[in-house]
Design a protein around this ligand. Structure first.
Ligand SMILES: C[S@@+](CC[C@H](N)C(=O)[O-])C[C@H]1O[C@@H](n2cnc3c(N)ncnc32)[C@H](O)[C@@H]1O
Length: 341
């Protein structure tokens, strides 16, 4: 039996700092199904007054250590050596500096650690979870706002596509990412313009190709970010079938964040019902959809029924409360994952 101790990262976000250990226990159990071959036991523990998560398995294997190194809020990993703790080198996939995820602050931003957790948990549910860590997972966030998922995917070295109907979100993302890439001197190209199909104007699009080094850019070892500024319920003709391994999104909460587009969708279930046919079409067989949602506006049972109606298999019990956490008085957040088999 091997044991690794996970030290949870201190988060500047109070809500997330309070719930991160609980969420990470559930996250580790999900990652274990995708990355660790033997039975895994996870529990909170305390050593010399400091909280850790203990992960025990007959064999964690290199892929298990790698998966734990990329948990949403991991700060450090240790092994026990008698009375002492020995650091285990983190095997992070991070391709770009972490300020890509932390600089942007705006009302309605999805916490970057929660976004990472959602991507991890959804990828672990696919038929090919290792694609998360080898850079080949294709990611779609069909309601990407100002791009937290786009930035998390880029950090993982993945290609990603985002869609959002709010024109201001695309503009803000474009300004941010162009400035960030320029200031960090990462070689990149940007193309922005009208989004058209068959002579019809469908919105705006932004295409970015970037690499963390000049050599990687030259060798075409790049990350591609595509942002389609359009309605996610009307994607026909814009994305090819079976293109994505995961569809991950933080769904509208039915509350208004300043000028943010959440006001557009007061009834997330109706929005999802209209959007799911295209999301399922562009998902590869063996791929998975992962969504965070507000239980005040969508009940887990109703959401699970909707996913099943659209041909997906819900992973686990949608009301097991493992990822449920209170964000504020109006948001009782949870996560649901479903597979395309
Ligand atoms: C909870 S926010 C996502 C926030 C995002 N993860 C971020 O960190 O910036 C939900 C998003 O859904 C978008 N949305 C609502 N209805 C939509 C539709 N019909 N098509 C595309 N996007 C939509 C909103 O504009 C909003 O940006």
């Amino acid at each position: 039996m091997t044991e690794l101790l996970v030290l949870v990262s201190p988060s500047a976000n109070r809500v997330y700092a309070d719930v991160a250990p609980q969420l990470m226990v559930a996250e580790i159990r999900c990652l274990a199904t995708g990355f660790i071959d033997s039975e895994v036991e996870v529990e909170a523990t305390e050593i010399a007054g400091v909280a850790y998560l203990s992960v025990r398995a007959d064999d964690l294997g290199p892929s298990g250590v790698r998966a734990l190194s990329n948990l949403s809020a991991v700060h450090a990993l240790f092994e026990r050596e008698g009375e002492l703790l020995r650091p285990v080198a983190l095997d992070r996939v991070d391709t770009y500096p972490s300020d890509l995820l932390t600089i942007q602050k705006y009302p309605g931003k999805t916490n970057e650690q929660l976004t990472r957790l959602l991507l991890n948990v959804t990828a672990a549910a696919t038929a090919r979870p290792q694609r998360l860590l080898d850079g080949s997972l294709d990611v779609l966030d069909p309601m990407c706002g100002r791009g937290t998922t786009l930035n998390v995917a880029m950090t993982y070295g993945l290609d990603v596509t985002g869609v959002d109907i709010d024109k201001k979100d695309l503009e803000s993302y474009e300004t941010f990412i162009k400035t960030w890439l320029r200031q960090h001197r990462f070689k990149h190209t940007v193309e922005a313009g009208a989004l058209r199909t068959g002579g019809q104007l469908r919105g705006r699009r932004l295409d970015i190709e970037a690499a963390p080094t000049k050599e990687a850019f030259k060798a075409k070892a790049t990350q591609r970010v595509t942002y389609l500024g359009t309605d996610t319920t009307d994607l026909a003709g814009l994305l090819r079938a079976a293109t994505f391994d995961v569809v991950v999104t933080d769904t509208p909460y039915g509350v208004q964040h300043g000028s943010h587009g959440d006001r557009i969708a007061r009834n997330p279930l109706a929005l999802l019902d209209a959007a799911l046919p295209e999301w399922v079409r562009v998902l590869r067989t063996g791929g998975a959809v992962g969504m965070s949602y507000n239980r005040h506006v969508a009940k887990p049972g109703a959401l699970a029924d909707l996913l099943v109606e659209h041909g997906l298999d819900v992973v686990g019990d949608p009301d097991d409360q493992r990822f449920r956490h209170r964000v504020d008085a109006s948001i009782d957040r949870d996560i649901i994952v479903a597979r395309k088999t």
